[in-house]
Write a protein that binds this ligand. Structure first.
Ligand code: A2P
Length: 348
């Protein structure tokens, strides 16, 4: 039997993780799942009859795998405890991603990084970075990636359930102010609460995600640079990131301008993109069409108008699925397939 803890099981990503663990074809055989969340949710019965346990001392014992999606501070404090008790932790927060002893894995891109799990922790990449890794890996293997300009259009759901709720709550009040939305010089936004997103998001676009870091960039933008370099094993990759929040519930989009060492042949580029697992080529992909789907869509594939070594592409994916829950569950499956896990069995 493989015992899997899901920490953060009541959240938007945790809910998707539970569903995927149980529903995926060829998933983990002989599986037992234990949902864990804060003490507030302890005892709650989830869809399917599983009862939520509180994250408290002692609960970490007896697992093969512990999947975390309960925020960075919870992961920082609790991932080492589960690892010490014998589980391999798959962590969806940013807490461990840049640790040299922690592999940062996209299942289709760098699964062999799972051979080096120093601390017993594997990190799941940032949702925006995750989805562009699939086409960029396919193209890198063919042409040799050197430079990336990435501009994201990120959904409200990237900030969890509360991010979607805040967007939904803004729609009605703003619909009452249509004249001000047309020519009100910002008056429409007066009194509209914006606590999760940096500014009111409904009928708007907000070019700021996360907290300020060096040189006017945000932490979300630096994740795009640092995580891309680590996953693709390209420490010198030049990345120019801009992250933008858009009024979409689920589904991130990213415009990528990728430059390569070799001149790009468009037919060959399309062939390698189509052949890569976990993605589809779709001419004009939109996030609403890919919300709820596992695949990442790659569209608008065009050679740059001035540089024969550069391609433009538009990448769309469900940030809660491939961007988060799906990849963590794929990593858990790989751990089982590769015979990496077995803490609970060894301890039993
Ligand atoms: P709870 O529902 O009990 O608060 P989301 O990202 O959608 O907001 O979900 C966050 C998830 O992380 C929820 O399952 C939440 O549980 C859980 N969580 C948040 N803080 C803690 C904590 N301190 N200890 C355990 N679980 C937590």
């Amino acid at each position: 039997m493989t015992r899997v803890a899901v920490v953060g099981a009541t959240g938007a990503v945790g809910t998707a993780m539970l569903r995927l663990l149980h529903e995926r074809e060829g998933g983990i055989p002989d599986l037992e799942v234990v949902p864990i969340a804060s003490a507030r949710s302890a005892g709650r019965e989830l869809h399917g009859g599983l009862v939520v346990q509180a994250l408290e001392e002692g609960v970490q014992e007896g697992f093969d795998i512990a999947i975390f999606s309960a925020g960075g501070s919870t992961s920082k404090a609790w991932a080492p405890k589960f690892a010490q008790a014998g589980a391999v932790v798959v962590d969806n927060s940013s807490a461990w991603r840049m640790d040299d002893d922690v592999p940062l894995v996209v299942a289709e891109v760098n699964p062999d990084a799972l051979d080096r799990i120093g601390k017993g922790i594997v990190a799941n990449p940032n949702c925006t970075t995750m989805q562009i890794m699939l086409p960029l890996k396919a193209l890198h293997d063919a042409f040799g990636l050197t430079d990336l300009v990435a501009t994201s259009f990120q959904a409200a759901g990237g900030a969890g359930q509360k991010g979607m709720d805040e967007l939904a709550d803004q729609v009605e009040p703003l619909m009452q102010r249509r004249d001000d939305l047309v020519a009100g010089k910002g008056k429409a936004l007066e009194g509209i609460a914006a606590e999760v997103h940096a500014k009111p998001l409904a009928f708007n676009v907000v070019p700021w995600l996360g907290s300020e870091k060096d040189g006017g960039y945000t932490d979300e933008e630096l994740k795009l640079m640092n995580e891309s370099r680590k996953i693709l094993d390209l420490p010198e990759l030049r990345v120019s990131p801009t992250c933008v929040r858009v009024p979409v519930f689920v589904g991130h989009s990213v415009q990528c301008r990728a430059t390569f060492r070799r001149e790009v042949d468009l037919d060959e580029a399309l062939r390698v993109l189509e052949a890569f697992p976990g993605e589809v080529v779709h001419n004009v992909p939109t996030p609403v069409e890919y919300a709820g789907r596992d695949e990442v869509a790659v569209g608008r594939v065009r050679k740059d108008l001035s540089d024969p070594k550069t391609l433009n592409l538009f990448v769309v994916g469900d940030n809660l699925l491939k961007g988060a829950a799906l990849n963590t569950v794929q990593i858990a499956e790989l751990l089982v397939q590769r015979g990496v896990v077995g803490g609970a069995r060894a301890a039993a």
